[in-house]
Design a protein around this ligand. Structure first.
Ligand code: MG
Ligand code: MG
Length: 270
């Protein structure tokens, strides 16, 4: 069942969204060569505790995981892209780090992810990070009343195709609100003009993720961490977005987030 949210409920999700943005900004700020993934986990955990928020990952136990998840953030490095289990690993120069976090405040959830490169960035790695950000912004731009779910999926797929990245269809975005994962599934592959009609009050986590040279994935023995099957590097960008009468409202926008490549800049007055 798809639950449409009232403007007041969207505002409550925005409270959670601003906090998720705050945690991600802090994690990105701290992530650097020589920093351990467990330090990032502990930092996020402390922020959540101080705020009195609930982690949506703690004790999360879907069919594919191996027992409940006992962390508050997913940290995926290089060829790892989704559900990366924080572990004793010290970041090295040029590592590609994806951080993904979802929290609930007063019963309303927000979910967001971003990818950064620590130390010296390889050009190819920068390109895939930018591609997922560009795909996310392109998808957000079409997340408006009257369009269809397929327009979001097609927008993501078009950016991937332009960059030559294959797209995996097993994991994608999702409805979100009172819980982290709600209907509908938001595929990263789709046909424009097809699927569910987008209506004001629909709230979605939109999350393009690509690997450089494969659409296939493999799981680590931990049962959580998902990697590209061929070991190629990956990136992941996610925002929680509300569809409103006025268009898309991004609930998890980070303060220092650079405008995406495809966003148009209004003309300046002389
Ligand atoms: Mg997420
Ligand atoms: Mg998500």
């Amino acid at each position: 069942m798809i639950e449409l949210k009232t403007p007041a409920e969207i505002e409550r999700m925005h409270v959670a969204g601003r906090f998720v943005a705050e945690i991600l900004s802090e994690v990105i700020r701290i992530a650097d060569v020589g920093v351990n993934l467990l330090d990032l986990e502990h930092h996020a955990r402390a922020m959540i505790k101080r705020r009195g928020a609930q982690s949506c990952y703690w004790d999360y136990a879907p069919s594919f995981g191996r027992g409940p998840f006992r962390n508050v953030i997913c940290l995926s490095v290089n060829d790892a892209v989704l559900h990366g289990l924080p572990h004793d690993y010290t970041l090295r120069d040029g590592d590609v780090l994806s951080a993904d976090i979802a929290v609930s405040i007063d019963g309303w959830v927000a979910d967001s992810a971003c990818t950064v490169i620590v130390g010296t960035a390889a050009e190819e790695d920068q390109r895939i990070v930018r591609a997922t950000e560009e795909a996310l912004e392109a998808a957000i731009q079409v997340a408006r009343p009257g369009n269809r779910l397929g327009d979001i999926s097609a927008a993501i797929y078009a950016v991937a195709r332009d960059h030559g990245y294959p797209v995996n269809d097993q994991f994608g975005g999702h409805g979100i609100g009172r819980t982290m994962h709600e209907e509908p599934h938001v595929s990263n592959i789709g046909k424009a003009g097809h699927g569910l009609k987008l209506r004001p009050g629909l709230t979605l986590a939109i999350e393009p993720w690509f690997a450089q040279t494969t659409d296939r994935i493999v799981y680590d023995p931990d049962g959580w961490t998902i990697r590209s099957a061929d070991g190629s590097r990956t990136a992941h960008s996610e925002h929680t977005v509300a569809i409103t009468e006025d268009g898309p409202l991004v609930l998890t926008r980070r303060e220092a987030e650079a405008p995406a490549a495809r966003e148009t800049t209004p003309a300046r007055l002389p």
